[in-house]
Design a protein around this ligand. Structure first.
Ligand SMILES: Nc1ncnc2c1ncn2[C@@H]1O[C@H](COP(=O)(O)OP(=O)(O)OP(=O)(O)O)[C@@H](O)[C@H]1O
Ligand SMILES: [Mg+2]
Length: 319
């Protein structure tokens, strides 16, 4: 389904650890391997604190891994000299959850939109207005917004500005970290439709972080499920509903609330607490909450292995 030649960005054995109190170490990402394909969307799902933001910050080089490689078209960008790293940022841009917090509130929309191009000296002052109008048009907003401030716009409109600003540099990879989570459902849908349309037009690769597996399966070509710093399953988006294999992915799907649910069907919840990333477990990270846990799961960490076309799972049940 996905071919090697189409890989744009690759995480290879990425580990990220943070120092914690009492000389302890917090492992936010543990030996992560992932591929981002040309013109495709990789969805990343998992509970709060499982390491999603830490992972994508490393993918776009806002942070360095403790060990491992980030390969952009096969070249390790972790090792690039500072200047080249900065220049490479143009290829990978990010849309944040809260655009208001990421924009300078004293800047008008025309300046917010064109700032990245000005920073990289790719736009002259006399072309600013023309470019900003083009970017507003791209995200289906009126030119009337040019001289307004971000606080005078709705959340959905501000997120369109966030997308236009990120795409102004014509990046090959767009990372959206919970970019629609703060929006109401109907606005969320229009923003995702816009992203899908722009992806088709510009052939960009999108990495989309989201808590909501139901939302992400509607448009992600592949989905990586994260649990406690580990990727536990990678599955084609269209297969999640029927072929999810890892007990954690199944639990996430089981926890979905359905308004068509019959009255006597209880909502499944994922039992147990997520262990702390400070307590490094021997064996499978999901062992404490898994209904299939065996002795082997308590001692041997399952590796992510191919279990079908474009489908990998880290679970001893499939080995
Ligand atoms: N700079 C840091 N220093 C210390 N610990 C950190 C740092 N950044 C993240 N962490 C820890 O790493 C773990 C993963 O955090 P991360 O923000 O990546 O999770 P997340 O999956 O994005 O969560 P959420 O869904 O709530 O955004 C958490 O335990 C967090 O406290
Ligand atoms: Mg996060």
């Amino acid at each position: 389904m996905f071919h090697e030649s189409e890989v744009v960005l690759e995480a290879s054995h990425i580990v990220k650890q943070f120092p914690a109190s009492g000389k302890r170490v917090l492992t936010a990402c543990s030996d992560i391997n992932l591929h981002v394909y040309k013109g495709r969307t990789l969805g990343i799902v998992g509970e709060s604190g499982c390491g999603k933001s830490t992972l994508v910050r490393m993918l776009i080089q806002m942070d360095n891994p403790t060990s491992g490689k980030i390969l952009y078209h096969g070249r390790d960008i972790v090792q690039l000299p500072k200047k080249e790293k900065w220049l490479n940022r143009q290829n990978m841009q990010m849309v944040f959850q809260d655009p208001l917090a990421s924009f300078n509130p004293k800047m008008k929309i025309i300046d917010i939109l064109t700032e990245p191009l000005m920073n990289f000296k790719r736009l002259s002052k006399d072309k600013k207005e023309e470019k900003a109008k083009e970017l507003l048009h791209m995200v289906e907003l009126s030119e009337d917004f040019l001289y307004r401030y971000p606080h005078s716009m709705s959340g959905g409109q501000r997120q369109r500005i966030g997308i236009a600003r990120a795409l102004s540099l014509e990046p090959e990879v767009l990372v959206c970290d919970e970019a629609t989570s703060a929006l109401d459902v109907s606005i969320q849908k229009t923003i995702i439709e816009l992203l899908v349309k722009l992806q088709r037009e510009k052939n960009i690769s999108i990495v989309f972080i989201c808590h909501d597996i139901a939302l992400i399966q509607a448009f992600a070509h592949q989905i990586a499920v994260m649990y406690l710093g580990h990727i536990v399953e990678v599955i084609p988006g269209e297969a999640v509903g029927t072929q999810a294999a890892h007990p954690y992915t199944q639990a996430l799907l089981g926890a979905l609330f359905s308004i068509n649910m019959e009255q006597d069907r209880a909502i499944d919840s994922i039992e147990g607490e997520v262990p702390s990333p400070l307590d490094i477990l021997e064996g499978c990270p999901f062992q404490g909450r898994c209904g299939f846990c065996s002795d082997r799961c308590r001692t041997e960490k399952p590796k992510l292995r191919e279990i079908g076309p474009g489908h990998q799972a880290a679970c001893h049940r499939f080995l």
